[in-house]
Each structure stands twice: as C-alpha cells, then as structure tokens.
Design a protein around this ligand. Structure first.
Ligand SMILES: Nc1ncnc2c1ncn2[C@@H]1O[C@H](COP(=O)(O)OP(=O)(O)OP(=O)(O)O)[C@@H](O)[C@H]1O
Length: 341
C-alpha cells in the first residue's frame, strides 16, 4: 500500500530549483525524510498538503491527487510546521481545542480529544498556562498535539526535534514512534540529522538539492554485516597483541579485512574479520585465550546510515556535496552513527 507517491515532481522558484524530478513511493509506518538545510524537505511537504502547486510532475497522498484534492488531503493529514507559529497569549488547551474545531470536530468531542492528545504528548497541568511561557520542548509538544487532534491517518512532522536538547530530542523521537505504534498513524518526519532517523524510522528517504539520493528501509541502510570487530590487550609476552592475534588467526584460515578502521576511534587496535559462522567466534575466543591476551571486545559490526551515506558520496559525486559533508560532519560531531557498535 502506498501512502505517498510522487512522480517526477519539480518545484522551481525564480532563482532556485527546490525539487528536481523527485519520484518516490512511501508506504505506511514511520518514514524519515532527510536532507541538508535547503534540500527541499519543507517544499515537498507543502506540495503534498496541496498548499503550494508543483511546477511539474504529479503527487498523490492517501490516493488523492495533491493538485485537485488539497482540502480532502488536509482533512486526513496532520501537519506540524517547522517554525514557531503558536500564539503566546492562549493556553495549549485553548489553542488545540480551537484547531480541533477548525478541523470540524463538535465542541464536546474537540475538548475530549484535546485532553487526550495533550496527555499523550506529555503536557499535564501546564496545559492551562499561556504558551508564551513554555520551553521549546513544550511548544514542540503543542505543535505535535494540534497535528494529531483530529485523528488523522497520516502526519507530516517538519523538523520536530529542532531546538531540543539531547534528552528532549530522545523524548520527542519516542513520542513520534508511539504515534504510529499506539494509534496506527503513518508519519513522515523530516530531519537534517541522519542518526536520529536510524532509531525512529522504518524507512528513510534521502534528498539532496531537491533530487532523490536514496530511498530504502532502515534495516537495508543499517544491515548487519558479517564482520567481527575484535580488540585485545597487549601483554609482556606479546607487546603487540593485535599483530600476533592477526597472524595466528590467518594461520587458522580466518579472512581479515583492512588493517585498520580508518578514522574510527581505536583505529590500529581493532581487527576486522569475516565471520563465516558461529564457529568464528569460538576460534577467536580460543586463540585469544591460547595467546594469553585480554579480550576487550568482540562484536558484530553494523553499518550506520551516516557511514552508508558517506560511502555513496565517495562513489558517486552528488550535487551540493559540500552541504552533505557539513551534514555528515554535524552528525559525526554529535556522535550519530559513529559509536562503532
Ligand atoms: N517561497 C520561496 N521562494 C523562493 N525560494 C524558496 C521558497 N521556498 C523555498 N525556497 C528555496 O527552496 C530551497 C528548498 O527549501 P526548503 O525550505 O524546502 O528546504 P528544507 O530542506 O526544508 O530546508 P530547511 O530545513 O532549511 O527549511 C531552498 O534553497 C530555499 O531557499
């Protein structure tokens, strides 16, 4: 089942091509839309809501054409905009009730749905205070609540973790996951941080310069490789424990990968070897024990989205490469996808 489908979708402004012949199919579940600032994420959302016409191409949301059924789409879809757009003088309850009424709910149902939704996003007594005094995290929760209050089938969340500290970000990502698991609502969530989406989304779409770079399930992005990372201590007898282990494992027919994990923490002390099966673990354990070395770690390596994306970049230069590198640098600085696990 397809929830969102675009076909050669383009949006040109006088000086900028914001979307460039984008064709992508998105199914139910939680989907991440990732791209650097200016990649075209917000523009795509506005077209999908029927709020902004595409220059060319076509798009459907829940089977409805965005060019002709914008109103019907907005009845069935919730939208959390990126920027702060909340009135400071009213309480969260007043605002969300108002949005529920705007969506067509009768007064009693609007009040009940508002109470339920605000509780769900984690706003309790403070929901009666004016929004102007809220923290960024609380404001993001109000924006999420107003997107959910009319019980949509699908929500578009534009950079919901913007401005949040790490704890607030994790809480928001947990909430987003529960929007799907608890209520069965599909989610399209944008971010410029790859690592965030890895933990939250079933599927990830990467765009760059308005064009599709990659669309795959998160498990395809992060699939487990049949590679073991092994780290050992040195001893008086074996001052270079890694070298002696490398030689002994090779004698025993184990294939070792590149000598070091370039650029990763611990490079030079980590052996990467091919895990042919369960027996490889036993061979490593026994060899380490025979040599009298200490086993610091032995773990299966996974790809992280950031690593996959970096590899793709190296293999096929993409437009706005500099922006992507900045994006990845940000992810790396934050530690996303680089913990070696
Ligand atoms: N109304 C507009 N007029 C002219 N250019 C626009 C307009 N809206 C967006 N753009 C341009 O289109 C490109 C894509 O913008 P868009 O806001 O969709 O990116 P984004 O991926 O959402 O990034 P951000 O998270 O920074 O908003 C940018 O270069 C932006 O400057």
């Amino acid at each position: 089942m397809t929830v969102i489908a675009t076909e050669s979708l383009s949006k040109r402004f006088p000086r900028v091509t914001a979307l460039d012949r984008l064709s992508v199919d998105i199914g139910p579940g939680v989907t991440g839309l990732v791209g650097a600032n200016g990649a075209g994420k917000s523009t795509l959302i506005k077209i999908l809501l029927g709020l902004s016409p595409a220059t060319e191409g076509r798009a459907q949301v829940l089977g409805l054409d965005v060019a002709t059924h914008g109103g019907d789409i907005r009845e069935r879809v919730g939208y959390m905009p990126e920027h702060d757009c909340l009135p400071p003088d009213v309480s969260a309850t007043e605002f969300v009730v108002h949005m529920a009424r705007m969506s067509g709910l009768p007064p009693t149902a609007a009040r009940e749905r508002t109470a339920d939704t605000l509780r769900h996003v984690g706003l309790y007594e403070e929901r009666y205070r004016p929004i102007g005094g809220y923290s960024t995290g609380m404001k993001q929760r109000v924006k999420l609540a107003q997107a959910l209050v009319h019980d949509p089938q699908l929500v578009f969340l534009d950079e919901p973790t913007n401005g949040l500290d790490p704890v607030g970000r994790d809480e928001m990502l947990g909430l987003i996951r529960r929007v799907h698991t608890d209520f069965g609502i599909s989610v399209l969530v944008t971010s410029h941080l790859l690592g965030e989406l890895e933990r939250t989304c079933d599927h990830v779409v990467v765009i760059d310069g308005g064009a599709l770079l990659r669309s795959s399930s998160t498990s395809d992005f992060t699939q487990t490789m049949a590679t073991l990372a092994v780290e050992v201590t040195d001893t008086d007898e074996h001052p270079d424990g890694t070298a002696v282990l490398r030689a002994r494992l090779q004698e025993r027919g184990i294939t070792l990968h590149a000598r070091v994990e370039d650029g990763l923490p611990g490079a030079g002390h980590v052996l990467l070897l091919e895990a042919a099966g369960e027996e490889t673990y036993d061979v490593v354990r026994d060899t380490v024990a025979e040599l009298g070395l200490g086993l610091v770690r032995m773990e299966q390596r996974r790809h992280h989205i950031a690593e996959v994306f970096r590899t793709d970049e190296q293999q096929q230069p993409v437009p706005r490469q500099a922006q992507n590198q900045a994006l990845l640098k940000t992810a790396a600085e934050r530690g996303d996808g680089r913990d070696g696990s």
